[in-house]
Every structure is written in structure tokens, then in C-alpha cells.
Design a binder for this molecule. Structure first.
Ligand code: C2E
Ligand code: CA
Ligand code: CA
Length: 615
């Protein structure tokens, strides 16, 4: 039997419905499963995200905690809301105790204004601001330099504050300061150097113009420092410079600047109202401060200095002018004989220009025969007879007239002209003595003294020149006495010793000129093969009123004799001095009391008269 259509339809419908239902059910179940899976997935993701967040948070916290930076969150008023624990390490403060305190309360008074301004700027604009450097109080009371960068997150819903990121830059800062200090100071004495001095001078001049004040520059240069340095050693030299720096500092006002320009050159910058007299008085005071003996490595060292003073003259003088003028004045002071103060005046600048002409003229003078020699007799102190002469150079300038050797010999040395000029002096003097010998004016034991400059001494062919001249003129070597100043001997040391020894081998005599001006001891000078010591005329000039000087001259004479040297006293002007040098045992005397330097003709008369008398 076939099912009825109805039943068929019905079962079909049922099947359909069932399948539909099934579909529905399974579909739903599937959807529910998917949902659940989705839910589960959602949960683990969130957890993971939360975990990640927590990790990240602790990472950040660790970062903040262990960072050397200090992070502070403050309100717009600077009240601390939160500060990272690193504050304890950097500034020693307990972070909990800082809550509610004002940031500005910890800032150095000198930096408060800048800090407050930076805070105001930060409040005014969202985002990150330029860092500023300021000093912040450490709990121990010291100050640390912090570089603070502020970010305005006042509008950020999470932070709602100013975030200050502070980094400790104290060491960097100190290093920078140290480097700056080194660049502008002299490492030995710690005084400002030339660069800083010039900078201060520029500022001082600008300020002085506004306040109608005057600026004085004083240049100081130690006399004979090189000699001390060479004889006592560089250690002692350095110690002396440090002591001098301290003396100078003690003598000036706190507002003045004392600088070291290198070597034994110092400079003082002073600002005041009373002009030149005050500056000159101050320079005198500085020299006086140095006059007291300085204790260096356990011994007393006497040092003198020369000073040059220049004063600003309103608008006209710039820093460079002032420095140059002080330098010119110092040069003058040195030239005028050490231990002096010279104040610059306009004529000196003209003299410097004149010096240039002088140099040109000096170069031409030899060819033009403008030089001649005069001879100052040396007298045997006990017998009163002429025992020799010293040849002294004279320059008859066509326009200026007689120019003193004190003026042109240093110039001739600087320019090297002295080498050919010195050779001329030697030849001319020997030629003259040869003539006197031919005429029979010259007795045995007669000496011709000729001055040698330091420049000549280092000339490699000096010995050859001397021996050639002696051979040419037939003057016996023993009759020639070459004078070298004490300072030159001290300065040139070992190199000149060899030259001196070679000269000795020729048979000529050697004398130390101007003895006593170079602070050396006879014991030191013994290393040079010298026969005669010429005691400087500054000692002879002082014997009448200074018993200490008397003692010095007596001791020197005594010692020189013990060392097998003879002694000549220079610059004898009075009867009393003659008596003194005679009692002190000096062998020879030279000076205006006996004879001034004389032209060759007069010396010839003198010598022949002496010969007749002796006969
Ligand atoms: P010095 O070698 O010490 O010469 C002695 C100087 O003292 C001379 O000065 C002489 O005139 C001066 N004098 C002599 N007796 C007296 C006195 O009783 N009182 C005073 N106040 N002075 C006296 P001068 O001739 O002006 O020479 C100065 C310096 O120039 C010399 O000093 C010497 O260092 C240098 N000099 C002169 N001629 C030459 C030379 O041919 N070559 C070199 N290298 N230097 C020379
Ligand atoms: Ca001399
Ligand atoms: Ca002399």
C-alpha cells in the first residue's frame, strides 16, 4: 500500500520541520559554542593584556626607581604630588616626606627666580619644555646641580600635573667649571692667565667709561729671576713664583685682578678714581711687598721686580693700547735699572717709534764710521798707578749727537748687530794698544779690557775672531782681558763654559763684569775659568752708608783672593771709597775719582807720563 499523499506530505513536512529544527538546534548550539569560545578568548586576552600592563607597569616602576633621574609630579603651583624613590639616592630625601612640599623650597636662592620662571612657562604651554640647570639642596646641606626638563601634562586625564624629570649633572658641571678654570688660569699659581686678564680688562674699561672711573694696568717683571731659576733649580723657581703670586694677592684689593702672563711676568688690573698717583703708589707697594726675602725650600731668596704702569684715558684707549703702554713703561723701568716703577707717558710711544729709527741708523753706523772708543784707566789701588784700561764704545749719531751705550748696546744685542760691532771694538782696541806699545807707553802687566756681550759669547767663531785679531795686531794674549757680565755667565751656563775654556787656552784673561747684580755666588762662578772679579759700582756707591754692603765687598774680595782671582772695584767716585776699597784689599779701582773714560790721545799722554815717573 502506498502511503497516502497526506501522510506523505505530513511526514515530509515533519521531516522538513525536524531537519529544520535540528538545523536550528545545531546552529544554535554552534553559535553558543562559538560565543563561549569567543568569551574565553576575550578573557585570556584581557588577562594577558592586564598582565602585560602590570609587567609594563613594574618595568616602568623599576625604571623610574632605578633610574638616576628623579621624576617629580607637581601641581601647577609647584606642590609635590609624587616623587620617584630615586630622590633618596640623588638628594638624600625620603620621598614620602616630600609630598605636599613646594619644589621651589629646595632650589638654591640664586636659582629660584629662574626655576619659578621655568615653571610659569611650563604651566602656560602643554608638552615638553626646554631643560634648565639649577642647584638643589641635598639633605646633607650641600648643593647638587640638576638638569630639569618639565613636561606639562596638566590636561592629561591620567597624570593631571607637571612632570619634572631631573638629572644629576653635578660632576659634569664641576668638570666643565674645572676646564673653564684651566683655560683661564695659570696652572702653577692658580692666578688668572692672560686671556682672562684681557677679558676682565675689556669689561673694566667698558664699565669705567659708564662710571667715569679709571682703569690702571700694572705690569710686573721679576729682576734676575732666570738666575735664581738656573742656580737653585726649577723647583725653587716655581716655589718662588707661587710665593710672589701670594704676596701680590695680599697687597691688592679684593676687587683688583692679579694675573700671571707666563714666566716671571705678572699683571695687575685696578679700577679707581684717583688716577695715576694711586696707580703708581700701588705699584710701589707691590714692589715693596716683594722686597722682603722670600723663603724658598728653606732658604731666604731676595727678589726685586720692575713695574710699568698705564692708565686708561677715557674713550681713546682700548685694552690692547693699555697693555702695550704698560709693556712700554715696564721696558723703560727695566732699562732705567731694575727695582723701579715707571709710569707710561705719551713721549714713550714716540721713543718706541724712535727706537725703530735708531735700529736702522745703528745698522748703517758701522759703515759710516760713527763709532769710536774711549778708554777708562784702571788704577792699581795701593800704588795709584794706571795698570790698564777698559775700552768703552761711543756712538756719535749724525743728528742725535752722542748716544749712550746703555741705550744702543742692548739694541745692538737684540738685533745681532753686536756681533760685527763687537768684533770691530776688539780689533780697534787691540790696534790702539799695539800702537801704544810701539810708542813705548805700555808697561808689563798692562791690561786692555774689552766688553763681550752674551750674543758674542754664543757666536761659534768667537775664539777664531779673537785669535785672529791678536795675531794681526801682535798684542800678547795675556794683555787682553775679556769682560763678561755676571748675568750673561749665569744665563748661558755650560755652553759658554766651553767657549771660555777655549779662550783661556789662547792665553787671554777673563773677568766677571758687574759682579753682585746677578745674585750668584762666587762658589758658583768658580766653575768658570775667570781671573778677575769686577765688583759692580752699585756696591761701591753704597759702602759709605751701608755697613752690610761693606761686609759684602770685604767678603767677596777675601773669597776671590782665596779662589785665586783678582778684584777690581768699579765706579769709585770719592776719596772715602778709595780708602774703603784699599782697606778691603781690592787690587784695582776704576771710576770718576781717578779718571773718566778718555779719548785715546789723552790716555797716551797719561801712559807716557806714568812710564817717565816709573823710570
Ligand atoms: P760697564 O762695562 O760696567 O762699563 C763701565 C761703565 O761705568 C761705563 O759706562 C763707565 O763710563 C761708567 N763709569 C765708570 N766709572 C764711573 C763712576 O765713577 N761713576 C759712574 N756713575 N759711572 C762710571 P758707559 O761707557 O756708559 O758704558 C755702559 C755700559 O755699556 C758698559 O758698562 C757696558 O756694559 C756697555 N758697553 C760699553 N762699551 C761696550 C762694548 O764695546 N761692548 C759691549 N758689549 N758693551 C759695552
Ligand atoms: Ca765692563
Ligand atoms: Ca761693569
Amino acid at each position: 500500500q502506498w502511503p497516502s499523499w497526506g501522510a506523505l506530505a505530513g511526514s515530509l513536512l515533519l521531516t522538513l520541520m525536524a531537519s529544520n529544527y535540528l538545523w536550528l538546534v545545531t546552529n544554535r548550539a554552534r553559535r553558543i559554542g562559538a560565543l563561549a569560545a569567543e568569551r574565553a578568548r576575550e578573557i585570556t586576552e584581557r588577562e594577558r593584556a592586564e598582565m602585560a600592563l602590570r609587567e609594563r607597569e613594574s618595568w616602568f616602576r623599576a625604571l623610574v626607581q632605578h633610574s638616576s633621574d628623579v621624576v617629580t609630579v607637581s601641581g601647577a603651583d609647584g606642590g609635590i604630588e609624587w616623587v620617584s624613590p630615586s630622590v633618596e639616592r640623588v638628594l638624600g630625601h625620603d620621598p614620602d616626606l616630600l609630598q605636599g612640599a613646594s619644589l621651589l623650597a629646595f632650589v638654591h636662592p640664586a636659582d629660584v627666580a629662574a626655576a619659578a620662571e621655568a615653571m610659569l612657562t611650563a604651566v602656560a604651554g602643554p608638552g615638553r619644555h626646554e631643560p634648565i640647570a639649577l642647584r638643589v639642596m641635598h639633605v646633607a646641606g650641600s648643593w647638587r646641580w640638576l638638569e630639569v626638563t618639565t613636561t606639562n601634562l596638566l590636561d592629561d586625564p591620567v597624570v593631571r600635573g607637571l612632570v619634572h624629570n631631573a638629572r644629576d649633572i653635578t660632576e659634569r658641571r664641576e668638570l666643565e667649571e674645572e676646564l673653564t678654570r684651566q683655560a683661564f688660569s695659570d696652572s702653577l699659581t692658580g692666578l688668572p692667565n692672560r686671556a682672562l686678564f684681557q677679558d676682565r680688562l675689556r669689561h673694566a674699561l667698558a664699565a669705567a667709561r659708564r662710571h667715569e672711573q679709571e682703569v690702571a694696568v700694572i705690569f710686573l717683571d721679576l729682576d734676575g729671576f732666570k738666575v735664581i731659576n738656573d742656580s737653585l733649580g726649577h723647583h725653587a723657581g716655581d716655589a718662588l713664583l707661587v710665593a710672589v703670586a701670594a704676596r701680590l694677592l695680599r697687597t691688592v684689593r679684593p676687587s683688583d685682578t692679579v694675573a700671571r702672563f707666563g714666566g716671571d711676568e705678572f699683571a695687575v688690573l685696578a679700577v679707581g678714581e684717583n688716577g695715576l698717583t694711586t696707580a703708581a703708589v700701588m705699584a710701589e707697594r707691590l714692589l715693596q711687598a716683594l722686597a722682603e726675602p722670600v723663603s724658598v725650600e728653606g732658604r731666604d731668596v731676595f727678589i726685586m721686580a720692575s713695574a710699568g704702569v698705564a692708565l686708561s684715558d677715557g674713550v681713546l684707549a682700548g685694552p690692547a693700547d693699555l697693555l702695550r703702554r704698560a709693556d712700554i713703561a715696564l721696558y723703560r723701568a727695566k732699562g732705567a735699572g731694575k727695582g723701579r716703577v715707571t709710569v707710561f707717558d705719551g713721549s714713550m710711544e714716540a721713543a718706541v717709534a724712535g727706537r725703530l729709527n735708531l735700529e736702522t741708523d745703528l745698522r748703517r753706523a758701522l759703515e759710516r764710521n760713527e763709532f769710536h772708543l774711549v778708554y777708562q784707566p784702571e788704577v792699581n789701588v795701593s800704588a795709584g798707578t794706571v795698570a790698564g784700561v777698559e775700552a768703552l764704545l761711543r756712538w756719535q749719531h749724525p743728528e742725535r749727537g752722542a748716544v749712550s751705550p746703555v741705550e744702543f748696546v742692548p739694541l745692538a744685542e737684540e738685533t745681532g748687530i753686536i756681533v760685527s760691532l763687537g768684533a770691530w771694538v776688539l780689533r780697534e782696541a787691540c790696534r790702539q794698544v799695539a800702537e801704544w806699545r810701539r810708542l813705548g807707553h805700555v808697561a808689563d802687566g798692562f791690561t786692555l779690557s774689552v766688553n763681550l756681550s752674551g750674543r758674542q759669547l754664543i757666536q761659534p767663531d768667537l775664539v777664531e775672531v779673537v785669535s785672529a785679531v791678536l795675531a794681526e795686531t801682535e798684542v800678547p794674549p795675556a794683555m787682553l782681558r775679556l769682560e763678561i757680565t755676571e748675568t750673561v755667565l749665569m744665563e748661558d751656563g755650560p755652553a759658554s763654559t766651553r767657549t771660555l775654556e777655549r779662550l783661556k787656552t789662547l792665553g787671554v784673561e777673563l773677568a766677571i763684569d758687574d759682579f753682585g747684580t746677578g745674585y750668584s755666588s762666587l762658589a758658583y762662578l768658580r766653575r768658570f775659568p775667570v781671573d778677575t772679579v769686577k765688583v759692580d759700582r752699585s756696591f761701591i756707591a753704597a759702602v759709605e752708608d751701608d755697613p752690610r754692603v761693606c761686609a759684602i765687598v770685604q767678603t767677596v774680595t777675601h773669597l776671590a783672593h782665596a779662589l785665586g782671582m783678582r778684584v777690581t772695584a768699579e765706579g769709585i767716585e770719592t776719596q772715602q771709597q778709595v780708602r774703603f776699597v784699599s782697606e778691603a784689599g781690592c787690587d784695582r779701582g776704576q771710576g770718576y775719582y781717578y779718571y773718566r773714560p778718555l779719548p785715546a790721545g789723552e790716555v797716551a799722554v797719561l801712559l807716557s807720563a806714568g812710564r817717565r815717573q816709573a823710570a
